[in-house]
Ligand binder design. Structure first.
Ligand code: TYD
Length: 413
């Protein structure tokens, strides 16, 4: 596959009726943090980031697909870095274990298993756990914790191999995975093939309504090919004989949903599904102007943020960033804010420390630097973890440091 391709047809219904409503320009994939060396910086590749709506089925999606091997073979983000996510996964495992019909040692397969954070929670129960993740570095990390992990994409070939070796899965989880999948049909065929007759497929992903409502521009990036709402998903799951039997809205990652999916049972639509379908209609998800309004707000927020940071700079204030999140990198590239404005960024991920942010080349340091250095303002780039970050940095705030939030609106905390 080329480095990137432009799609001509919708990823779900294959309609050519795609209308572009928003462009973030070109930027490097936001999880590719270059080392601070001229050779690495020269090699950085920039790809377009344009968003479309399928006028036929309603799927919001990127106009281009970047070759997944560029983004996922060596992955820098580790889930265990956030307490919020560890607690969230503890709740997820508990909920699902309470729902499955007991079998002696049910097989739980986690797709996009990262460093095994979710499977560790399932392993508190008597289960057989198996992770699947294309990032070799993460599979190695998970294996070192005793979690069996296949370093591969999840597709029909992997699914068949797992089924032959381990049998069918009682539970298949995919948290923050579905949006990353280029071939949704192959992926769901693979789920359908591996899922036990009474098994549960759990999918979590950011919800389109939250993205639009909070104007969370920076959650749009190359890894996220789809921005899901319920309506196109019903069509997609139906095409693969799968059925959504429960749905829940979640606070994680700025507003997500959890779907519980089973083999098709031809039951009436679940109440929660009907409720969200109504919400999506009243929100105007089927109307192009909803998306054009989102884009208008996004461009105006970009202007507001640069004006705001420039005004602090003109008063000689020092500004740094908190959390070298992928979304933070999108915001910085979209607003064209670089080292002249943000001196450095602190982040808890050891693999990110010492590297530079993609595109904007801002240096990354451990979190402790904030209190040692006491800059005047800290822009929270990982805004989805704002509560956790504010809590752990109470001393910085007591000593006069101020945090800036950008979602839903720009404000000083
Ligand atoms: P996250 O928002 O989870 O994901 P994405 O990269 O998909 O936008 O990234 C959060 C980043 O913030 C991650 O690099 C870890 C960092 N972080 C801290 O440095 N300190 C913290 O207390 C927390 C919660 C996160």
């Amino acid at each position: 596959m080329a480095d990137f391709i432009q799609i001509k047809l919708c990823r779900i219904c294959h309609s050519p009726k795609l209308i572009e409503f928003f462009s973030l320009g070109v930027m490097p994939p936001p999880n590719l943090f270059p080392k601070n060396h001229p050779r690495n910086l020269k090699r950085e590749s920039f790809y377009p980031l344009d968003v479309c709506l399928c006028q036929n089925c309603g799927l919001v999606q990127l106009k281009h697909t970047v070759n997944p091997n560029i983004m996922f073979k060596d992955y820098i983000y580790v889930t265990s870095g956030s307490k919020t996510m560890v607690n969230h996964f503890e709740g997820l495992a508990k909920d699902i274990m309470g729902r499955i019909k007991t079998s002696s040692e049910p097989l739980i397969v986690d797709i996009g298993s990262n460093d095994g954070t979710l499977l560790e929670q399932f392993l508190k129960y008597k289960v057989k756990a198996l992770g699947v993740d294309p990032a070799k570095n993460l599979a190695k990390l998970a294996k070192s914790k005793g979690i069996e992990t296949i370093a591969s994409y999840f597709n029909q070939i992997t699914s068949q191999k797992i089924k032959s070796k381990f049998g069918k899965a009682k539970v298949i989880t995919a948290t923050n995975v579905l949006a990353h999948v280029g071939n949704l049909h192959d992926f769901l065929e693979a789920v359908e093939n591996l899922l036990d007759t009474d098994g549960i497929f759990v999918a979590e992903f950011p919800y389109l309504i939250d993205l639009l409502d909070k104007n969370a521009i920076d959650t749009i990036y190359h890894e996220h090919l789809s921005y899901f709402s319920i309506k196109p998903l019903l069509l997609l799951f139906g095409m693969h004989n799968l059925e959504i039997f429960d749905v829940e809205r979640l606070n994680v990652h700025g507003g997500s949903i959890r779907l519980l999916v089973s083999h098709r049972q031809k039951t009436d639509k679940h109440n929660g599904v009907n409720k969200l379908l109504k919400l999506e209609e009243s929100f105007g998800l089927n109307k192009p102007e909803t998306y054009h309004n989102f884009a208008k707000k996004a461009y105006s927020k970009r202007q507001k943020l640069t004006n705001f940071l420039n005004s602090l700079k003109s008063k000689n204030c020092r500004i740094v960033g908190y959390g070298a999140a992928a979304k933070g990198n999108v915001l910085l590239n979209f607003t064209n804010i670089g080292k002249e404005t943000i001196e450095y960024i602190v982040d808890s991920t050891p693999q990110k420390q010492g590297r530079l942010t993609p595109g904007t080349h801002i240096p990354i340091f451990p979190e402790a630097k904030l209190l040692e250095d006491m800059p005047d303002y800290t822009l929270i780039l990982a805004w989805n973890f704002a509560d956790e970050i504010l809590k752990k940095n109470s001393q910085y705030r007591k000593q006069g440091g101020k945090f800036i939030l950008t979602v839903p609106d720009i404000k000083i905390v």
